[in-house]
Design a binder for this molecule. Structure first.
Ligand SMILES: Cc1ncc(COP(=O)(O)O)c(C=O)c1O
Length: 484
Protein backbone atom coordinates (compact mmCIF):
# COMPACT_ATOMS: atom_id res chain seq x y z
CA UNK A 1 0.00 0.00 0.00
CA UNK A 2 1.22 3.47 -0.80
CA UNK A 3 1.54 5.83 2.16
CA UNK A 4 2.40 8.96 0.22
CA UNK A 5 1.56 12.39 1.55
CA UNK A 6 1.00 15.53 -0.45
CA UNK A 7 2.87 18.71 0.46
CA UNK A 8 1.01 22.01 0.93
CA UNK A 9 2.02 23.05 -2.57
CA UNK A 10 0.35 19.97 -3.97
CA UNK A 11 3.74 18.43 -4.81
CA UNK A 12 4.62 14.99 -3.50
CA UNK A 13 7.81 14.88 -1.43
CA UNK A 14 10.64 13.08 -3.25
CA UNK A 15 10.82 10.37 -0.58
CA UNK A 16 7.13 9.67 -1.08
CA UNK A 17 7.53 9.42 -4.83
CA UNK A 18 10.36 6.92 -4.31
CA UNK A 19 8.17 4.95 -1.87
CA UNK A 20 5.30 5.00 -4.37
CA UNK A 21 7.54 3.70 -7.12
CA UNK A 22 8.89 0.91 -4.88
CA UNK A 23 5.34 -0.07 -3.92
CA UNK A 24 4.27 -0.06 -7.57
CA UNK A 25 7.24 -2.25 -8.51
CA UNK A 26 6.47 -4.70 -5.69
CA UNK A 27 2.86 -4.87 -6.73
CA UNK A 28 3.85 -5.45 -10.36
CA UNK A 29 6.30 -8.19 -9.33
CA UNK A 30 3.55 -9.94 -7.39
CA UNK A 31 1.28 -9.75 -10.42
CA UNK A 32 4.08 -11.19 -12.58
CA UNK A 33 4.46 -14.10 -10.16
CA UNK A 34 0.72 -14.72 -10.18
CA UNK A 35 0.78 -14.57 -13.96
CA UNK A 36 3.53 -17.22 -14.00
CA UNK A 37 1.50 -19.43 -11.63
CA UNK A 38 -1.62 -19.05 -13.78
CA UNK A 39 0.48 -20.02 -16.75
CA UNK A 40 1.72 -23.19 -15.02
CA UNK A 41 -1.76 -24.28 -14.09
CA UNK A 42 -2.78 -23.72 -17.70
CA UNK A 43 0.20 -25.86 -18.74
CA UNK A 44 -1.04 -28.73 -16.59
CA UNK A 45 -4.52 -28.50 -17.99
CA UNK A 46 -3.12 -28.67 -21.47
CA UNK A 47 -2.61 -32.40 -21.70
CA UNK A 48 -6.25 -33.08 -20.93
CA UNK A 49 -7.40 -30.47 -23.41
CA UNK A 50 -5.08 -31.42 -26.22
CA UNK A 51 -6.01 -32.71 -29.65
CA UNK A 52 -9.67 -31.87 -29.41
CA UNK A 53 -9.33 -28.96 -31.78
CA UNK A 54 -11.53 -30.14 -34.56
CA UNK A 55 -14.84 -28.33 -34.24
CA UNK A 56 -14.61 -25.02 -36.11
CA UNK A 57 -18.31 -24.63 -36.80
CA UNK A 58 -18.73 -21.27 -35.03
CA UNK A 59 -15.68 -19.88 -36.80
CA UNK A 60 -17.00 -21.16 -40.12
CA UNK A 61 -20.36 -19.46 -39.51
CA UNK A 62 -18.67 -16.18 -38.61
CA UNK A 63 -16.45 -16.38 -41.67
CA UNK A 64 -19.51 -16.83 -43.87
CA UNK A 65 -21.07 -13.73 -42.30
CA UNK A 66 -17.80 -11.79 -42.52
CA UNK A 67 -17.52 -12.41 -46.24
CA UNK A 68 -20.83 -10.64 -46.80
CA UNK A 69 -19.53 -7.26 -45.60
CA UNK A 70 -15.74 -7.44 -45.31
CA UNK A 71 -13.64 -8.03 -48.45
CA UNK A 72 -12.50 -11.65 -48.21
CA UNK A 73 -13.98 -11.81 -44.72
CA UNK A 74 -10.83 -10.39 -43.11
CA UNK A 75 -9.29 -7.00 -42.40
CA UNK A 76 -5.77 -8.04 -43.43
CA UNK A 77 -5.16 -10.61 -46.20
CA UNK A 78 -2.82 -13.14 -44.56
CA UNK A 79 -5.43 -13.86 -41.87
CA UNK A 80 -7.69 -15.44 -44.47
CA UNK A 81 -5.48 -18.57 -44.49
CA UNK A 82 -5.85 -18.70 -48.28
CA UNK A 83 -2.14 -19.42 -48.69
CA UNK A 84 -2.59 -22.77 -46.92
CA UNK A 85 -5.95 -23.55 -48.47
CA UNK A 86 -7.81 -23.08 -45.22
CA UNK A 87 -10.29 -20.86 -43.48
CA UNK A 88 -9.54 -18.65 -40.49
CA UNK A 89 -10.50 -19.52 -36.96
CA UNK A 90 -12.12 -16.58 -35.18
CA UNK A 91 -10.47 -15.73 -31.89
CA UNK A 92 -12.67 -15.21 -28.88
CA UNK A 93 -9.97 -14.35 -26.37
CA UNK A 94 -6.28 -14.76 -25.64
CA UNK A 95 -4.18 -15.18 -22.52
CA UNK A 96 -0.44 -15.60 -22.09
CA UNK A 97 0.88 -17.84 -24.86
CA UNK A 98 -2.59 -19.06 -25.80
CA UNK A 99 -5.51 -18.05 -27.98
CA UNK A 100 -9.00 -19.50 -27.72
CA UNK A 101 -11.35 -19.56 -30.68
CA UNK A 102 -15.14 -19.18 -30.86
CA UNK A 103 -15.52 -22.97 -30.66
CA UNK A 104 -13.48 -23.01 -27.42
CA UNK A 105 -10.43 -24.60 -28.98
CA UNK A 106 -7.16 -23.59 -27.40
CA UNK A 107 -4.02 -22.84 -29.42
CA UNK A 108 -0.42 -22.21 -28.52
CA UNK A 109 -0.02 -18.94 -30.39
CA UNK A 110 3.01 -18.43 -32.63
CA UNK A 111 1.57 -15.42 -34.45
CA UNK A 112 1.36 -13.17 -31.40
CA UNK A 113 -0.43 -10.47 -33.36
CA UNK A 114 2.45 -10.70 -35.84
CA UNK A 115 5.01 -9.93 -33.19
CA UNK A 116 3.27 -7.33 -31.06
CA UNK A 117 2.65 -9.69 -28.14
CA UNK A 118 6.27 -10.12 -27.14
CA UNK A 119 5.16 -10.52 -23.49
CA UNK A 120 2.22 -12.73 -24.40
CA UNK A 121 -1.45 -11.82 -24.29
CA UNK A 122 -2.97 -9.88 -21.41
CA UNK A 123 0.32 -9.33 -19.65
CA UNK A 124 -0.70 -7.91 -16.26
CA UNK A 125 1.57 -4.86 -16.51
CA UNK A 126 0.28 -3.96 -19.95
CA UNK A 127 -3.37 -4.60 -19.09
CA UNK A 128 -3.08 -2.54 -15.91
CA UNK A 129 -1.45 0.33 -17.80
CA UNK A 130 -4.30 0.39 -20.30
CA UNK A 131 -6.91 0.23 -17.53
CA UNK A 132 -5.25 3.11 -15.71
CA UNK A 133 -4.89 5.20 -18.86
CA UNK A 134 -8.50 4.75 -19.91
CA UNK A 135 -9.58 6.47 -16.69
CA UNK A 136 -7.99 9.64 -18.05
CA UNK A 137 -9.65 9.59 -21.47
CA UNK A 138 -8.94 7.82 -24.73
CA UNK A 139 -7.61 10.52 -27.08
CA UNK A 140 -6.80 14.20 -26.70
CA UNK A 141 -5.49 15.50 -30.02
CA UNK A 142 -3.08 17.44 -27.81
CA UNK A 143 0.28 16.46 -26.30
CA UNK A 144 0.52 14.30 -23.17
CA UNK A 145 3.25 13.16 -20.77
CA UNK A 146 3.27 9.55 -21.99
CA UNK A 147 4.43 10.66 -25.46
CA UNK A 148 7.49 12.34 -23.93
CA UNK A 149 8.26 9.32 -21.80
CA UNK A 150 7.90 7.03 -24.80
CA UNK A 151 10.24 9.15 -26.93
CA UNK A 152 12.82 9.25 -24.12
CA UNK A 153 12.60 5.50 -23.60
CA UNK A 154 13.00 4.63 -27.29
CA UNK A 155 16.02 6.96 -27.58
CA UNK A 156 17.59 5.34 -24.51
CA UNK A 157 16.99 1.80 -25.70
CA UNK A 158 18.04 2.40 -29.33
CA UNK A 159 20.94 4.87 -29.25
CA UNK A 160 20.98 5.56 -33.03
CA UNK A 161 17.59 7.20 -32.47
CA UNK A 162 18.08 10.76 -31.24
CA UNK A 163 14.58 11.94 -32.08
CA UNK A 164 11.43 9.98 -32.79
CA UNK A 165 7.97 10.66 -34.21
CA UNK A 166 5.05 8.43 -33.22
CA UNK A 167 2.61 7.23 -35.88
CA UNK A 168 -0.14 4.59 -35.93
CA UNK A 169 1.28 1.66 -37.90
CA UNK A 170 4.43 0.21 -39.39
CA UNK A 171 3.18 1.19 -42.84
CA UNK A 172 2.98 4.83 -41.79
CA UNK A 173 6.42 4.68 -40.19
CA UNK A 174 8.11 3.34 -43.33
CA UNK A 175 6.17 5.60 -45.67
CA UNK A 176 7.13 8.66 -43.62
CA UNK A 177 10.76 7.58 -43.27
CA UNK A 178 11.29 7.42 -47.03
CA UNK A 179 9.57 10.79 -47.53
CA UNK A 180 12.01 12.22 -45.02
CA UNK A 181 15.00 10.48 -46.65
CA UNK A 182 14.01 11.84 -50.04
CA UNK A 183 13.66 15.34 -48.64
CA UNK A 184 16.96 15.18 -46.75
CA UNK A 185 19.01 13.85 -49.66
CA UNK A 186 17.05 15.70 -52.37
CA UNK A 187 17.02 12.41 -54.32
CA UNK A 188 14.16 10.13 -55.31
CA UNK A 189 15.32 6.52 -55.70
CA UNK A 190 14.72 4.01 -52.92
CA UNK A 191 16.44 0.62 -52.71
CA UNK A 192 14.55 -2.23 -51.09
CA UNK A 193 15.07 -6.00 -51.19
CA UNK A 194 13.02 -8.81 -52.67
CA UNK A 195 10.84 -10.45 -50.07
CA UNK A 196 11.11 -7.56 -47.60
CA UNK A 197 7.82 -5.93 -46.65
CA UNK A 198 7.63 -2.38 -45.42
CA UNK A 199 3.88 -1.92 -45.30
CA UNK A 200 1.47 -1.27 -48.12
CA UNK A 201 2.39 2.27 -49.19
CA UNK A 202 2.64 2.59 -52.99
CA UNK A 203 6.43 2.93 -53.07
CA UNK A 204 6.95 -0.47 -51.45
CA UNK A 205 4.60 -2.55 -53.58
CA UNK A 206 7.23 -3.39 -56.12
CA UNK A 207 7.77 -6.76 -57.67
CA UNK A 208 11.35 -7.92 -57.79
CA UNK A 209 12.97 -7.07 -61.12
CA UNK A 210 14.72 -10.06 -62.64
CA UNK A 211 18.31 -9.29 -61.81
CA UNK A 212 20.64 -6.51 -62.77
CA UNK A 213 19.32 -6.04 -66.31
CA UNK A 214 16.18 -4.45 -64.95
CA UNK A 215 17.78 -2.30 -62.29
CA UNK A 216 15.70 0.76 -61.64
CA UNK A 217 13.81 0.41 -64.88
CA UNK A 218 11.52 -2.59 -64.86
CA UNK A 219 10.11 -1.94 -61.40
CA UNK A 220 6.63 -3.33 -61.93
CA UNK A 221 4.03 -2.61 -59.25
CA UNK A 222 2.80 -5.75 -57.52
CA UNK A 223 -0.70 -4.39 -57.02
CA UNK A 224 -3.18 -2.80 -59.39
CA UNK A 225 -3.86 0.77 -58.35
CA UNK A 226 -0.19 1.61 -57.89
CA UNK A 227 0.98 3.81 -60.79
CA UNK A 228 4.14 2.61 -62.51
CA UNK A 229 5.46 6.17 -62.21
CA UNK A 230 5.54 5.71 -58.42
CA UNK A 231 7.26 2.33 -58.37
CA UNK A 232 9.76 3.43 -61.01
CA UNK A 233 11.43 5.18 -58.12
CA UNK A 234 11.90 1.95 -56.14
CA UNK A 235 14.53 -0.64 -56.97
CA UNK A 236 14.11 -4.10 -55.52
CA UNK A 237 17.31 -6.14 -55.25
CA UNK A 238 18.04 -9.68 -54.04
CA UNK A 239 18.68 -9.86 -50.28
CA UNK A 240 22.18 -10.78 -49.16
CA UNK A 241 23.53 -10.16 -52.69
CA UNK A 242 26.45 -7.77 -52.34
CA UNK A 243 27.28 -7.78 -56.06
CA UNK A 244 23.77 -6.64 -57.00
CA UNK A 245 23.94 -3.93 -54.38
CA UNK A 246 27.31 -2.66 -55.60
CA UNK A 247 26.10 -2.72 -59.19
CA UNK A 248 23.02 -0.71 -58.28
CA UNK A 249 25.08 1.93 -56.53
CA UNK A 250 27.62 1.99 -59.36
CA UNK A 251 24.83 2.79 -61.79
CA UNK A 252 22.54 4.97 -59.72
CA UNK A 253 24.46 5.92 -56.59
CA UNK A 254 23.99 9.66 -56.99
CA UNK A 255 20.20 9.23 -57.35
CA UNK A 256 19.62 6.91 -54.39
CA UNK A 257 17.98 8.55 -51.39
CA UNK A 258 17.95 5.51 -49.12
CA UNK A 259 18.21 1.80 -48.63
CA UNK A 260 15.33 0.44 -46.58
CA UNK A 261 15.86 -3.08 -45.26
CA UNK A 262 14.53 -5.61 -42.79
CA UNK A 263 17.77 -6.25 -40.89
CA UNK A 264 16.51 -9.79 -40.38
CA UNK A 265 13.83 -10.64 -42.93
CA UNK A 266 10.57 -11.79 -41.40
CA UNK A 267 8.28 -11.31 -44.37
CA UNK A 268 9.69 -14.04 -46.57
CA UNK A 269 10.07 -16.31 -43.58
CA UNK A 270 13.12 -15.67 -41.42
CA UNK A 271 16.27 -14.85 -43.41
CA UNK A 272 19.43 -13.75 -41.62
CA UNK A 273 21.73 -11.14 -43.20
CA UNK A 274 25.37 -11.90 -43.83
CA UNK A 275 27.90 -9.63 -42.19
CA UNK A 276 29.23 -8.67 -45.62
CA UNK A 277 25.75 -7.60 -46.75
CA UNK A 278 25.25 -5.42 -43.68
CA UNK A 279 28.71 -3.86 -43.98
CA UNK A 280 28.22 -3.21 -47.71
CA UNK A 281 24.93 -1.40 -47.15
CA UNK A 282 26.51 0.75 -44.49
CA UNK A 283 29.60 1.50 -46.58
CA UNK A 284 27.73 2.30 -49.80
CA UNK A 285 25.36 4.64 -48.00
CA UNK A 286 28.25 6.42 -46.32
CA UNK A 287 30.17 6.77 -49.60
CA UNK A 288 27.25 8.07 -51.66
CA UNK A 289 25.30 10.10 -49.11
CA UNK A 290 22.28 7.79 -49.22
CA UNK A 291 20.55 7.06 -45.89
CA UNK A 292 20.36 3.62 -44.33
CA UNK A 293 16.89 2.86 -42.95
CA UNK A 294 16.42 -0.21 -40.77
CA UNK A 295 12.83 -1.41 -40.71
CA UNK A 296 12.77 -2.89 -37.20
CA UNK A 297 8.99 -3.30 -37.08
CA UNK A 298 9.51 -7.01 -36.37
CA UNK A 299 13.06 -7.13 -35.03
CA UNK A 300 12.96 -4.10 -32.75
CA UNK A 301 13.25 -4.85 -29.02
CA UNK A 302 13.08 -8.56 -29.96
CA UNK A 303 16.20 -10.01 -31.56
CA UNK A 304 18.07 -7.92 -29.01
CA UNK A 305 16.82 -5.29 -26.61
CA UNK A 306 18.27 -2.58 -28.88
CA UNK A 307 16.98 -4.35 -32.00
CA UNK A 308 18.89 -5.91 -34.89
CA UNK A 309 21.13 -2.86 -35.04
CA UNK A 310 22.43 -3.70 -31.58
CA UNK A 311 22.77 -7.41 -32.38
CA UNK A 312 24.79 -6.76 -35.56
CA UNK A 313 26.56 -3.57 -34.48
CA UNK A 314 25.27 -1.44 -37.37
CA UNK A 315 24.11 2.14 -36.86
CA UNK A 316 21.38 3.12 -39.33
CA UNK A 317 20.47 6.74 -40.05
CA UNK A 318 16.77 6.11 -39.54
CA UNK A 319 14.79 3.30 -37.90
CA UNK A 320 11.14 2.29 -38.25
CA UNK A 321 9.23 0.65 -35.41
CA UNK A 322 5.73 -0.78 -35.03
CA UNK A 323 3.81 -3.51 -33.22
CA UNK A 324 6.06 -4.10 -30.22
CA UNK A 325 6.00 -0.48 -29.03
CA UNK A 326 2.21 -0.52 -28.76
CA UNK A 327 1.83 -3.55 -26.49
CA UNK A 328 -0.95 -4.75 -28.81
CA UNK A 329 -2.50 -1.36 -29.57
CA UNK A 330 -2.03 0.30 -32.97
CA UNK A 331 1.30 2.12 -33.04
CA UNK A 332 4.33 2.82 -35.16
CA UNK A 333 7.25 5.22 -34.98
CA UNK A 334 10.23 6.39 -36.98
CA UNK A 335 13.31 8.03 -35.64
CA UNK A 336 17.02 8.55 -36.06
CA UNK A 337 19.67 11.20 -36.47
CA UNK A 338 18.65 14.55 -35.08
CA UNK A 339 19.83 16.53 -38.12
CA UNK A 340 17.51 14.43 -40.30
CA UNK A 341 14.54 14.30 -37.92
CA UNK A 342 14.63 18.07 -37.51
CA UNK A 343 13.34 18.35 -41.06
CA UNK A 344 9.89 17.11 -39.97
CA UNK A 345 7.02 19.57 -39.52
CA UNK A 346 6.51 21.70 -37.50
CA UNK A 347 10.26 22.07 -37.01
CA UNK A 348 11.04 21.62 -40.69
CA UNK A 349 9.28 21.52 -44.06
CA UNK A 350 8.57 17.75 -44.41
CA UNK A 351 4.88 17.27 -43.73
CA UNK A 352 3.67 14.31 -41.73
CA UNK A 353 0.79 14.25 -39.23
CA UNK A 354 -1.72 12.00 -37.47
CA UNK A 355 -4.88 12.62 -35.44
CA UNK A 356 -4.33 9.60 -33.22
CA UNK A 357 -0.51 9.66 -33.21
CA UNK A 358 0.86 9.33 -29.69
CA UNK A 359 -2.53 8.11 -28.49
CA UNK A 360 -2.49 7.93 -24.67
CA UNK A 361 -3.75 4.34 -24.44
CA UNK A 362 -1.24 3.09 -26.98
CA UNK A 363 1.55 5.02 -25.24
CA UNK A 364 0.59 3.57 -21.85
CA UNK A 365 0.52 0.00 -23.18
CA UNK A 366 3.75 0.45 -25.11
CA UNK A 367 5.55 2.07 -22.18
CA UNK A 368 4.54 -0.76 -19.85
CA UNK A 369 5.75 -3.33 -22.37
CA UNK A 370 9.06 -1.59 -23.13
CA UNK A 371 9.79 -0.86 -19.46
CA UNK A 372 9.32 -4.49 -18.59
CA UNK A 373 11.46 -5.58 -21.54
CA UNK A 374 14.20 -3.26 -20.32
CA UNK A 375 14.65 -5.47 -17.26
CA UNK A 376 16.33 -7.87 -19.73
CA UNK A 377 14.57 -10.94 -18.35
CA UNK A 378 11.94 -11.40 -21.10
CA UNK A 379 14.45 -11.15 -23.96
CA UNK A 380 16.70 -13.71 -22.28
CA UNK A 381 13.71 -15.99 -21.84
CA UNK A 382 12.49 -15.70 -25.42
CA UNK A 383 15.99 -16.31 -26.80
CA UNK A 384 16.28 -19.56 -24.82
CA UNK A 385 12.78 -20.68 -25.80
CA UNK A 386 13.44 -19.97 -29.47
CA UNK A 387 16.66 -21.97 -29.30
CA UNK A 388 14.89 -24.93 -27.68
CA UNK A 389 12.16 -24.86 -30.34
CA UNK A 390 14.68 -24.58 -33.19
CA UNK A 391 16.74 -27.50 -31.87
CA UNK A 392 13.66 -29.70 -31.44
CA UNK A 393 12.33 -28.93 -34.92
CA UNK A 394 15.68 -29.66 -36.56
CA UNK A 395 15.68 -33.04 -34.76
CA UNK A 396 12.18 -33.75 -36.10
CA UNK A 397 13.40 -33.09 -39.66
CA UNK A 398 16.36 -35.42 -39.17
CA UNK A 399 14.27 -38.14 -37.50
CA UNK A 400 11.60 -38.14 -40.22
CA UNK A 401 14.15 -37.66 -42.98
CA UNK A 402 12.25 -34.64 -44.33
CA UNK A 403 14.30 -31.88 -45.94
CA UNK A 404 13.70 -28.75 -43.89
CA UNK A 405 15.57 -25.68 -42.77
CA UNK A 406 14.91 -24.14 -39.39
CA UNK A 407 16.05 -20.53 -39.36
CA UNK A 408 15.78 -18.47 -36.20
CA UNK A 409 16.89 -15.41 -34.32
CA UNK A 410 15.70 -14.67 -30.78
CA UNK A 411 11.90 -14.51 -30.88
CA UNK A 412 11.47 -15.30 -34.59
CA UNK A 413 11.61 -18.66 -36.36
CA UNK A 414 10.73 -20.26 -39.69
CA UNK A 415 10.55 -23.86 -40.83
CA UNK A 416 11.25 -23.94 -44.57
CA UNK A 417 10.45 -27.19 -46.33
CA UNK A 418 13.47 -27.26 -48.61
CA UNK A 419 16.88 -28.92 -48.64
CA UNK A 420 18.61 -25.69 -49.67
CA UNK A 421 19.92 -22.98 -47.43
CA UNK A 422 17.47 -20.04 -47.43
CA UNK A 423 19.47 -16.86 -47.92
CA UNK A 424 17.13 -14.76 -50.06
CA UNK A 425 13.59 -14.64 -51.41
CA UNK A 426 14.38 -16.83 -54.45
CA UNK A 427 15.66 -19.65 -52.25
CA UNK A 428 12.60 -19.27 -50.00
CA UNK A 429 10.37 -19.60 -53.06
CA UNK A 430 11.82 -23.08 -53.72
CA UNK A 431 10.06 -24.44 -50.63
CA UNK A 432 7.46 -27.14 -50.83
CA UNK A 433 4.45 -24.95 -50.05
CA UNK A 434 2.04 -27.84 -50.55
CA UNK A 435 3.72 -29.77 -47.75
CA UNK A 436 3.75 -26.61 -45.62
CA UNK A 437 -0.03 -26.24 -46.15
CA UNK A 438 -0.69 -29.83 -45.08
CA UNK A 439 1.52 -29.48 -42.02
CA UNK A 440 -0.23 -26.22 -41.11
CA UNK A 441 -3.60 -28.00 -41.12
CA UNK A 442 -2.11 -30.75 -38.95
CA UNK A 443 -0.83 -28.15 -36.52
CA UNK A 444 -4.08 -26.22 -36.22
CA UNK A 445 -6.01 -29.37 -35.42
CA UNK A 446 -3.40 -30.19 -32.76
CA UNK A 447 -3.80 -26.80 -31.14
CA UNK A 448 -0.83 -24.95 -32.64
CA UNK A 449 -1.58 -21.55 -34.20
CA UNK A 450 1.32 -21.30 -36.65
CA UNK A 451 1.48 -18.45 -39.23
CA UNK A 452 -0.68 -19.51 -42.19
CA UNK A 453 2.00 -19.00 -44.83
CA UNK A 454 5.37 -20.54 -45.61
CA UNK A 455 6.65 -16.99 -46.06
CA UNK A 456 5.96 -15.61 -42.60
CA UNK A 457 7.91 -15.76 -39.38
CA UNK A 458 6.57 -17.49 -36.28
CA UNK A 459 6.88 -15.33 -33.16
CA UNK A 460 7.91 -16.67 -29.79
CA UNK A 461 6.94 -14.67 -26.73
CA UNK A 462 8.59 -14.44 -23.33
CA UNK A 463 5.75 -16.51 -21.82
CA UNK A 464 5.93 -19.57 -24.07
CA UNK A 465 6.92 -22.32 -21.65
CA UNK A 466 9.18 -25.33 -22.22
CA UNK A 467 6.00 -27.37 -22.02
CA UNK A 468 4.56 -25.38 -24.93
CA UNK A 469 7.74 -25.99 -26.89
CA UNK A 470 7.59 -29.75 -26.27
CA UNK A 471 3.94 -29.85 -27.30
CA UNK A 472 4.75 -27.88 -30.46
CA UNK A 473 7.65 -30.15 -31.42
CA UNK A 474 5.45 -33.22 -30.92
CA UNK A 475 2.67 -31.64 -33.00
CA UNK A 476 5.15 -30.90 -35.80
CA UNK A 477 6.38 -34.50 -35.73
CA UNK A 478 2.83 -35.88 -35.95
CA UNK A 479 1.73 -33.34 -38.58
CA UNK A 480 4.73 -33.92 -40.83
CA UNK A 481 4.38 -37.72 -40.51
CA UNK A 482 0.72 -37.41 -41.47
CA UNK A 483 1.44 -35.05 -44.38
CA UNK A 484 4.40 -36.87 -45.99
C1 LIG B 1 9.00 -5.32 -41.34
C2 LIG B 1 7.64 -4.69 -41.45
N1 LIG B 1 7.54 -3.41 -41.79
C3 LIG B 1 6.34 -2.79 -41.89
C4 LIG B 1 5.18 -3.47 -41.65
C5 LIG B 1 3.86 -2.77 -41.73
O1 LIG B 1 3.34 -2.64 -40.46
P1 LIG B 1 1.75 -2.44 -40.25
O2 LIG B 1 1.11 -3.73 -40.60
O3 LIG B 1 1.64 -2.06 -38.81
O4 LIG B 1 1.33 -1.33 -41.15
C6 LIG B 1 5.23 -4.82 -41.28
C7 LIG B 1 4.01 -5.57 -41.02
O5 LIG B 1 3.99 -6.73 -40.83
C8 LIG B 1 6.50 -5.44 -41.18
O6 LIG B 1 6.61 -6.70 -40.83
Amino acid sequence: MSTSKTSPKGQKAVSNIVADKAAEEKDADQKDQKHALDKNSLDQKKVAESYSHVDHSKSAALFARAKEHIPGGVNSPVRSCKAVGGEPVFIHHADGAYMYDEDENRYIDYVGSWGAMILGHRHPRVSQAIEDAVQCGTSYGAPCRAEVEMAELICQMVPSVEMVRMVNSGTEACMSAIRLARAFTKRNLIVKFDGCYHGHADAFLVKAGSGLATLGLNTAASSPGVPGEFTAMTMSLPYNNVDALREAFAKKGDEIAAIIVEPVVGNAGVIVPTEEFLKSMQGLCKDTGALLIFDEVMTGFRVSLGGAQEKFGVKPDLTCFGKVIGGGLPVGAYGGRKDIMEMIAPLGPVYQAGTLSGNPLAMAAGLAQLRFLRSGKPNKELALTTEALATGLKEVGAKLNVPLQVVSVPGMLSVFFTSEEVKDFDSALKCNTELFGKVWHGLIKRGIYWPPSQFEAAFISAVHSRHDVQETIAAFEDSISEAK
